[in-house]
Design a protein around this ligand. Structure first.
Ligand code: EPZ
Length: 463
């Protein structure tokens, strides 16, 4: 191990994970009405990195992951893997994982409770060890988020699974302690359940067929990572995934896909400020629904190269309706940001959230900034207003925080955003990226007005 390769602890290379939201007193101040200019680099996908890190638990050899974003959630997943006995070293955006020895089959509650995605370890640990105990992740700001589809699928593969004292206990009987292939129909194309069962099936005895599976790009990325380790998986990205179990997997070197949600957030930032910017790397196919809606609203989007997009203003912003759906439908993770855009788009829009039951909490904060939004059940009716005005607002969840950032870019005056622990979970170096595009902002730490290093008051000259 040379001096550069260091085992992962929170302080090595990965952002500090705010121990608790209560301790997160930092605020982001954004001066609006700025026009953006230049190019922004898109980071690796959070929702792929997290599950691929869990997937590395399937492999008894070294795995190297590239393009891994520096995010609070990635730090937490690293801590959870380390608590199971996994060795992790990080250098820049390269993460080396060695899960040859998994000393623990129980994931610690204090870590799992802070990161829902940590529940994804149940599939790989059960597949490797024949036993796994993972605390129920519990609900979060956007919904109850049960794991019944994960549990039912593992039971169909022969595991005894019972929930006791808030923990999911899974156990495979028999001498081999090996899961068995099974035909599983998912009542809902859950991303997490598809990923958990696909990982578990890679080492199972026999063939598993997942019907009504999730088709998200992150599911495909996980399947490609598992195939790079020697797994036999077909049909990822379609409604039917077939996995032929193998006795073991081998080391792999894999690069995570770009983050389509971060890319869509910057496209919305360009549209809401009527600016011209470009962004890469992106996979345009992953953004089909978002691009279609942005064009319907009036933005001009052109491919600059196979992995680079340019957005430019068209003739103003016009209302449109959006309904969130599983992929390839319109992503729920982009709903809040698009709602912010529709607040200043001429006419009435209806946004319907069908994936999560409580994902309209950003409405109150957008209305605080002068938006005109009414909510009825899972529908929000947005009446476009000429402009928003800066105000003190509080982020309630990850994508809500992104919506407040893009709204602030278009608002008159200064907006002060609290609850940045949400933002830092999913956006890498957002402050610096926005400053490079010409945004005037500063991040203030704690109760004092001391600025932190990312906060030169005047914007950095756009490249
Ligand atoms: C993943 O969450 C993403 N998270 C979410 O992104 C994303 O919003 C979601 O997929 C949908 O696209 C990660 O990948 C880490 P689901 P996941 O299982 O897997 C219900 C972000 O902002 N359901 O597809 O938890 C569930 O309650 C985050 O980056 C069950 O009922 O999503 C929800 O209503 C937020 N039983 C719906 O399905 C189950 O067993 C979709 O959930 C599982 C899910």
């Amino acid at each position: 191990m040379d001096s550069e390769d260091r085992p992962i602890t929170p302080s090595h290379g990965l952002p500090e994970t705010h121990s608790s939201p209560e301790e997160d007193k930092s605020v982001l101040q954004i001066w609006g009405k700025s026009s953006l200019k230049g190019h922004v680099t898109i980071s690796g996908a959070k929702n792929s990195a997290l599950v691929v890190m869990a997937g590395a638990l399937l492999c008894p050899q070294d795995c190297r992951l590239r393009n891994v974003p520096s995010l609070a959630d990635v730090s937490r997943m690293g801590e959870i893997l380390a608590s199971l006995g996994v060795k992790l070293t990080r250098q820049g955006d390269v993460l080396d994982i060695n899960a040859s020895y998994i000393g623990q089959s129980t994931a610690p509650y204090e870590l799992v409770s802070q990161l829902r995605a940590s529940f994804f370890v149940i599939g790989p640990v059960l597949a490797r060890l024949g036993v796994a105990r993972v605390p129920l992740p519990g609900g979060c700001a956007i919904g109850a988020r049960p794991v019944d589809l994960h549990v039912r699928g593992l039971q169909a593969m022969g595991a005894d699974v019972h929930i006791e004292h808030g923990t999911v206990n899974a156990y495979v009987r028999g001498p081999s302690r090996r899961l068995k292939g099974a035909k599983i129909y998912l009542d809902y194309p859950s991303v997490g359940a598809t990923e958990t069962l696909m990982m578990a099936a890679t080492l199972a005895d026999g063939e598993t067929i997942l019907e009504n599976a999730a088709q998200e790009p992150e599911v495909i990325d996980l399947a490609n990572f598992c195939r790079a380790m020697g797994a036999k998986i077909q049909g990822a990205g379609t409604k039917t995934i077939v996995i032929s179990g193998v006795p073991s997997l081998h080391s792999a070197d894999y690069a995570i896909i770009p983050d389509r949600v971060e890319a869509a957030t910057f496209l919305v930032a360009g549209a809401i400020t009527q600016s011209e910017i470009s962004l890469s790397p992106v996979i345009p196919d992953h953004l089909t629904a978002a691009i279609a809606k942005l064009r319907a609203i009036g933005a001009l989007i052109t491919p600059e190269s196979p992995n680079c997009l340019r957005i430019a203003p068209g003739h103003g912003l016009t209302a449109t309706d959006i309904e969130t759906l599983p992929y390839p439908g319109f992503p729920t993770d982009m709903q809040a940001q698009f709602m912010a855009l529709l607040t200043v788009s001429e006419g009435d829009s209806i946004v319907t959230e069908t994936v999560f039951e409580n994902r309209l909490r950003h409405v109150a904060e957008l209305n605080r900034m002068g938006a005109d939004i009414r909510v009825k059940g899972n529908h929000a009716v947005i009446r476009g207003v000429p402009t928003l005005s800066g105000a003190p607002v509080v982020a309630t969840d990850l994508r809500a925080s992104a919506a407040l950032v893009v709204a602030a870019l278009a608002a008159e005056g200064k907006t002060t955003i609290q609850g940045l622990h949400h933002l830092d979970r999913g956006y890498e170096n957002l402050d610096t990226k926005l400053q490079k595009l010409g945004v005037k902002l500063q991040r203030l730490q704690g109760d004092s007005t001391t600025e932190v290093e990312t906060a030169p008051l005047t914007p950095i000259a756009p490249n």
